[in-house]
Design a protein around this ligand. Sequence first.
Ligand code: SPV
Ligand code: MN
Length: 622
Amino acid sequence: MNTAKQFFDKVTRDRLNDLHNDHVINIVDRMVRLCRPSKVTVITDDAADIAYVRRLALLNGEEKPLTIRGHSIHYDGYYDQGRDKDHTRVLLPKDKKLGRHINTIDRDEGLKEIFDLMDGIMEGKEMLVRFFSLGPLNSGFSIPALQITDSAYVAHSEDLLYRSGYEEFKKLEGKPDFFYFVHSAGQLDELGKSKDIDQRRIYVDIEKNRVFTINNQYAGNSLGLKKLALRLAINKSNHEDWLTEHMFIMGVHQENKNRTTYFSGAFPSACGKTSTAMIPGQTIIGDDIAFLRMWHDGSCHAVNIESGIFGIITNVNPVDDPLIYQCLTTPRELIFSNVLVNDGKPYWLGMGQETPKTGVNHFGDWSKGKKDTEGREIPLAHKNARYTIRLRELDNVDPEAENPDGVQIDGIIYGGRDSDTNVPICQSLDWDHGVFLGACLESETTAATLGQEGLRKHSPMANLDFVVVPLRKYIANHFAFGRKLQKRPLIFTTNYFLKDDQGNYLLDKIDKKIWLLWAEARVHGEVDALATPIGYIPLFQDLQAMFETILHKPFSRELYERVFSLRVENLLQKLIRIENIYREENMPEIFWSILRRQRERLTTAQQTSGADLIPPSGLKNY
Ligand code: SPV
Ligand code: MN
């Protein structure tokens, strides 16, 4: 019989044995026997080991060096450019029910299928075994995670995005309290792309805190610690008493005020989450995933489980995202994915400069006008093309980013891509109302997931794709979390995407800085607000002054009246959609009572004003 031992050299064996954790050894053993790599390499926290991973990615062609020092390019497959929701399934034990929003497969059936597909999947390849910490080192928030992969690109990306945690695993003292992820890019074609794309599978086993993912390379599918760990952590936190959220964490700073106020914010993919966290003048802790817990003093503390950014590069240009642009054009360790490369230089959509007519992109050799096999014109780069960097590379990283105690969160933002319904910024009436607004979040789909763009989709707390517990449980956990807190963060909604009838955006991208700073001022009780049926909105004179002093541009009363109008009919329509979604979810009564009151307030306003669209000047204070 094959024993795992024959694949291991002494160094590998010693490194595993040094962890004194039989669970780890058994998992690695089992996966080696199943996947049959030609070599197994265990990576510790040592700088030389970590450098080996990057070298390997360059050596085997998964990444290619670019002209600027430290930059490299990786291409996922042409059909592997976003999260694959159809093939991401939760393995469901016979006695469990989770809810309609979750794509499931019978657990026994799923395990059999995936193990059959994984049989010998790493033949001829090197298996990398890596250890990470989801969250800061030495932190009560954090969860150790074991990653097994045959992709040096995946292991390298994770090195940029997560804290190395080999030593953290030793602290487990043999316990099985960790997540694990097994990935294989599968058979590769001559360009290094995953060949068996029809056998792409991402199977999430919440029973055993593990995920198997094969025949893919796009980070949202392949990197265990990103969206796969998010799903496992949502399951764990919702069976305990804390929150795992699809949120940035940032320090908000008013000019001339010597304080930092921490906010977290949940936005669906490609809706301004990273660019909010990277607004000039602010500091970033994380841009994607946060763990939130009640702290000893009754406040809410949060940590970033990551230590890097896997950001969308489309439309990053010196005007709209100066900090990110600067970082993408200077030497540092950085992986571009799915952009066009010409003469060692990367090009992407919306970069604000001339782009070449030829090069190599996610399709292969590209020239302008080239069509794919379905006859569609291939853009110069994919809309969901990305960059991967370490946060500590950035000048605007917050000094508390590695604090094992996290930071105190005083404001929470829920934002969606919504062309015609919500106002640019609104503060909820209270915590429960804020949870309700988060639960009602809708957004128009983007290229970050495979499938059609521009469809309005409901995504509670921008987290629906990852919620692997019943929605009732997930939302109820939010209500309960706030109820326990003695110092509750204020909750806001934002919408950066309002459009006029011709489809033009009504606001500039940079205007989001004002909404954020207004919210910060609300936390400190420094500005008044107008109470409306949907919550508190800013007063014109405050915004006018802020636009003037902060952005040095005028903000007209006319624009204020327009963007802060209550689109009552659309808001009421939205409540109908929300009601239909949650009707089947057996929601707690508090949810329904908030919805009823929200509807009553809107209907009364509609009747009082006799209009479907009520500008702030037409609203009486509620
Ligand atoms: C997102 O799409 O929300 C991301 C990138 O953060 S992915 O890894 O694809 O999830
Ligand atoms: Mn995300």
